[in-house]
Design a protein around this ligand. Structure first.
Ligand code: MLT
Length: 232
């Protein structure tokens, strides 16, 4: 029976062996939501990079460049990290270099994994189906906020874990995430709207909760292969 475990912050990855396991990167607000949205809108691939400088180097290769820090789009980039910026007319057929505060960091910290997938509420059901078909050991990695645990990523981990029937739950963090989901799933927006990141968005004038909480809006399964994320 395959196993499932949950890591609530990239700072905890060091305590987990990712080799021979499939990792799901979770950054609901907003990197993994943006990645699912971009691929569903026809982007060819997304290259996660560590710094804005690394990101801009891809421009010479004809890539679009997306950069966000502290919730804001960086000047001089084609887009920040709002899913709605990755519109079909802009991204179709394009490769996109992307760097964000938490999501791309969590992915790059997970590269020892056998496989790396991208999870968000936008691809919840298809991703769950795909992972059950794959039947591999899974580690859910929450991006959080600057290595702190956050509500929305932990909530999604519970939503995904609750759909992965026949997986042996290996840790209390997965049980906690499932309990959080079971107690929140009928009032998802209300619960996430109380999160620290939602409050940060209000201060910044960002209104991305509706698109990031739109369940199954973007049925794709993004996987990190080599140096880029593509829809499998
Ligand atoms: C990210 O996506 O890495 C961050 O969580 C912040 C954001 O996009 O607002």
């Amino acid at each position: 029976m395959p196993t499932i475990e949950t890591v609530f912050s990239p700072a905890l990855i060091q305590h987990h062996a990712l080799e021979n396991r499939s990792v799901v990167i979770i950054d609901v607000l907003r990197a993994t939501s943006s990645i699912c949205y971009a691929l569903f809108e026809g982007a060819r691939s997304l290259m996660p990079v560590s710094t804005p400088e690394d990101c801009l180097r891809y421009r010479t290769l004809g890539c679009l460049c997306a950069a966000e820090r502290n919730g804001l789009k960086l000047d001089g980039f084609d887009m920040g990290n709002s899913p709605l910026e990755f519109s079909r007319d802009l991204v179709q057929g394009r490769d996109i270099a992307i760097t964000t505060t938490n999501g791309t960091y969590a992915l790059l910290e997970s590269r020892s994994a056998n496989r790396i997938f991208i999870g968000s509420f936008l691809n919840l059901d298809l991703l769950a189906h795909y992972l059950m078909m794959e039947n591999q050991d899974i580690t859910l990695v929450c991006a959080g906020w600057k290595n702190k645990v956050n509500l929305e990523d932990s909530l999604f981990a519970g939503a995904l874990a609750s759909k992965l029937n026949d997986f042996e739950i290996r840790c209390d963090s997965t049980l906690m995430a499932i309990e959080l989901w079971e107690n929140s799933k009928d009032r998802l927006y209300e619960v996430v709207d109380r999160s620290s990141h939602a409050r940060r968005f209000k201060r910044l004038g960002v209104d991305d909760l509706p698109v990031c909480l739109d369940l199954n809006r973007c049925p794709v399964v993004p996987e990190y292969l080599g140096d880029r994320i593509v829809a499998v």
